[in-house]
Design a protein around this ligand. Structure first.
Ligand code: TYD
Length: 169
């Protein structure tokens, strides 16, 4: 085969190899979020004798565009929320009032972040297992998400979560 005939074949293999690499990269990207990618983020606090003010703007205080907001309140003593991970969704959680613990787990290590200030929140990337626990009376958890509600994005089976993570270590 002369060089001229060989060239397209070589390109074909090269593209195939690149495609395989790209798919592998995507798979790794899907599952590779680790504990060190969670972040405790300090929000701006405009101190004012009339009352303090904090704010969150898409892409500034949180590293995503805010698509959805929900809040958790009236949590009876001893109850917990969450207990799942998301395939794709990212969230940012603030204790607007009272306090609670955000228990984080990346399949290898666990971390507990106690939220009790309305000017501080925790950023949770995709594929991190989380639960909200130890709610104080009258606590209010504000949650920002980068995506609309999607029941199919939830991983609620911890064994499945660990399996997915270990397959992509
Ligand atoms: P869910 O996220 O499952 O709460 P938790 O993880 O604490 O168990 O939400 C509880 C219910 O609320 C569920 O039936 C779906 C509904 N829901 C929405 O319809 N939209 C939303 O944005 C959220 C967060 C929940």
């Amino acid at each position: 085969m002369d060089d001229y005939t060989f060239q397209p074949l070589r390109n074909k293999y090269f593209h195939f190899y690149n495609l395989k690499l790209a798919i592998k990269e995507c798979q790794i990207k899907l599952f590779d979020c680790k504990m060190n990618e969670t972040k405790l983020i300090e929000l701006p606090k405009m101190v004012d004798p009339r009352g303090n003010l904090s704010f969150i703007q898409s892409g500034s205080q949180v590293p995503f565009t805010i698509e959805r907001t929900y809040w958790i309140y009236d949590v009876p003593g001893g109850e917990m929320r969450g207990g799942h991970a998301f395939y794709e969704m990212q969230e940012f959680i603030v204790a607007l009032s009272g306090s609670f613990d955000v228990v984080l787990d990346d399949g290898v290590s666990k971390n507990i972040i106690s939220l009790n200030r309305s000017y501080r929140g925790v950023y949770i990337p995709k594929m991190i297992w989380r639960s909200l626990e130890n709610f104080s009376t009258n606590s209010l958890a504000l949650v920002l998400s980068d995506q609309p509600y999607n029941v199919n994005d939830y991983i609620r089976d911890y064994d499945l979560y660990l399996k997915l993570k270990s397959e992509n270590q």
